[in-house]
Design a protein around this ligand. Structure first.
Ligand code: SF4
Length: 317
């Protein structure tokens, strides 16, 4: 189902994470009123009558209970809104808040974990521990929601080993899907200051593609769908990104590198690929078919065996 995105910049956020600038990242300067939200929904209703509405850009469950209910009650009045997703953070999840989300038919919870490493969380001023993040993810699953985890790569204090550990813990928490966001440095953020003072070195595009492709093997090999790789920063706002792997085609580069790694690892003599995915393969000999086949392996199996090698390298230091 297509999504109607409603951005509530910083709504419900009780602190500012070092990398975050919702205004420069989205171009939206204020939280929309209910009338604004109605206009957004009506605009989308012109092209389809079935949507999931997503509240993004802040910490939905960090809002007061009254405010959460006001938003949820309001959007449910629109017949085109068939389901709802909200984005939030681990320390704003508890049984009581989940009960409210359930009552209004929220289906998906997108949780910005960003990392499962305590040092990284601390240096990014996230304000919770990896244990709390794990507890929140498991509670979301236990209450029957679809769990979407957001992870960032290249945060202060992280490295390749840290990113892989975070990926493994995400899978272990039962995430149904994941968004992978390589860290960008927005002008004027604390991360920008840290970089200027030599406390932080951002990833470049090549490094981000390499690590993200390893993570894709782990996630999709272990059954967690990767629904987004890289931030979408509108063209007019790209001037605010002062460093980091900003590349509008990062997702495609990661997919291509993932497939290259799979082929190098498995050396299949026959590769069958659905037509829509031919773009992921460069220079390989392919056959077009209904589903992926790498000799007798399915797509998930092929990624599993490639991801297993990534994890073995990680285990062996
Ligand atoms: S919780 Fe999310 S929206 Fe709020 S400041 Fe941190 S990164 Fe930004």
């Amino acid at each position: 189902m297509k999504i109607i995105p409603v951005f509530l910049p910083y709504a419900g956020c009780k602190r500012r994470c070092v990398f975050c600038d919702q205004i420069k990242a989205t171009g939206q300067t204020k939280v929309p009123s209910l009338d604004d939200i109605a206009r957004i929904i009506e605009e989308y209703s012109r092209t389809s009558n079935e949507y999931e509405l997503g509240f993004y850009g802040g910490t939905f469950t960090g809002l007061s209970e009254e405010k959460m209910e006001e938003y949820l009650r309001f959007v449910k009045r629109f017949p085109v809104v068939k389901s709802i997703r909200v984005s939030t953070r681990p320390d704003e999840i508890n049984e009581r808040k989940l009960k409210i989300l359930k009552k209004y038919g929220v289906n998906v919870i997108e949780i910005g974990v960003q990392s499962f490493l305590d040092e990284v969380l601390e240096r990014s001023k996230r304000g919770y521990t990896s244990e709390e993040a794990e507890r929140a993810c498991k509670l979301i699953k236990k209450n029957g929601f679809v769990l979407s985890v957001h992870l960032m790569v290249g945060l202060p204090g992280s490295d390749r080993r840290g990113e892989i550990l975070s990926a493994l813990r995400t899978v272990e928490c039962g995430a149904d899907m994941v968004r992978i966001h390589p860290t960008l440095v927005f002008e004027g953020t604390e991360l920008h200051r840290m970089m200027e003072e030599g406390e932080y070195t951002p990833l470049n595009v090549e490094e981000a593609v390499d690590i993200c492709s390893d993570l894709v093997c782990i996630f999709e090999g272990w059954g967690t769908k990767v629904i987004r790789i890289g931030y979408h920063v509108p063209v007019e706002l790209r001037k605010y990104v002062v460093a980091g792997p900003l590349d509008p085609s990062l997702g495609d580069s990661v997919r291509k590198t993932t497939m290259k790694k799979v082929i190098e690892r498995l050396k299949p003599s026959r590769i069958v690929v659905p037509e829509n995915y031919l773009v992921w393969f460069e220079g390989a000999e392919l056959e077009v078919g209904d589903e992926f086949r790498f000799d007798d392996l399915s797509y998930a199996d092929a990624l599993f065996f490639t991801g297993k090698e990534v994890v073995e390298r990680w285990l062996n230091g």
